[in-house]
Design a binder for this molecule. Sequence first.
Ligand code: NAD
Length: 490
Amino acid sequence: MIEESIPGTVPNWIGGEQSEALSGKVFDKVSPHSGRPVYQVVRSLADDIERAVGAAREAQPDWAGLTPVRRGEVLYALARLMRRDQQDLAAVVALETGMSFAAAMGETGAAIAQGEFMAGEGRRLYGRTTGSATPHRYASTIRQPVGVAGLIIAANTPIANVAWKVFPALICGNAAVLKAAEDTPATAWLFGRIAQEAGVPAGVLNIIQGQGEEAGAPLVAHPGVDVVSFTGSTAVGRRIATVAGARLARVSLELGGKNALVVCDDADLENALNWTLLAAFSNAGQRCAAASRIIVFDAIYEQFRDRLVERVRLLRVGPDDADDLGPVINQRQLDNLLAFIARAKAAGATVTLGGRRLDDEAHAKGFYLAPTIIEGAGPQDEISVTELFGPVTCLYRASTFAEALRMANDSPYGLTAAIHTRSIHRATEFTQRVQAGVAVVNGGTHGSEPHMPFGGLKQSGNGSREPGTEALDVYSELKDVYVHCDPGDL
Ligand code: NAD
């Protein structure tokens, strides 16, 4: 049982060693299912960050000195060991998030696929070769590491979030300091242990446990961190951009979403319902790409709404493989969701289903929100323009395609969007004109693949794309190389 091998106090990984915080401080990790503390976690502060960045700076030149192919071999070994330990990783993910083991296996599989893909990039760190305006001058570009990468992640899909950042950062020849999400410390710790076994050299990957302000903020501010890659909320991303921007560090921000799923009057309703259920409620709606605004054509609104309500009523909530969704990550998030719902009601919206904490014996101790459907919210109401990050979705009416598209785009966010239609014209027009980094036809708003670039417009990001080969642009510097030769001197 991997759970029993998690240390009573989950430590940092710094310079290849497990270590406590210099202050000796710890905090509790609480199970989202039982509400009980399961272990303690070291509470790192600025002096721990100093050590981790120091270890990374020391290790980075030798790591960068390996050929990219060799780095790829090490990372491929890491991905292979993750596959060997997939059940263990999934068990820890399930324990820490409350998602089912089956869902955690799926997420871990995606993390492994990410590792395998990025390891292969060791043989494809392509530059560009071209001619020059000057005779006997040759121009090309090469990729070089940025230096030390500060990686900060959210807890929602914890092993995928780790893999999404660590593999591209390392393949490019950077060393990294990863600040684990405070709600999923052991997932990151176990990844660190596997990385060490795979032969990732000491100091190349350092993992810091701790709180955002105490451990994340000093990492962002540290002058020894050359690139900051952040996955989390828009509010925190804005602060990170300000602090890192002041010292001209590179920043990649993967932020929140308020993603629209449009159901047209010509949609395959059964397919649209299936995807709406998954996109809005799987992982308890804790996805940046969750479908939180369902825009339904007037002509089928009642029919779609009634069938959706019927299906959502049947969703099973709990931590087991037979369940459809689990708890939200912590008490604070549950309280936030309940407060958002209460304010939406006060502003005139209708809670059609759910809207309350599950208080029966099986759920009362955990952070379980009943899957919630809200109708009648105004498009500019708080609940329509703010990311909630939970199993809550709002339904809106549109009378035409033009109105649905306008509503989809009328958002401060622009991460993902989906349309359900049988019309090639509507589908094409939507994918061209929707303001989002990802557009999906007849599927969910979620489900991006490891080899594809993911990222959002407007307040969903700052223009970068991770992963895919595009992640290499985040983690490498491009250098122009000009070679002059003198054919008269042969
Ligand atoms: P959050 O922003 O509160 O925290 C994310 C991480 O940032 C945590 O590790 C936290 O400790 C750290 N942090 C907090 N304050 C910090 C600070 N001042 N300086 C540095 N680090 C700090 O987000 P959350 O509530 O944990 O996660 C949910 C959010 O993440 C949602 O908005 C969701 O959309 C977003 N998310 C985005 C993507 C994406 O790819 N776009 C993927 C997953 C989650």
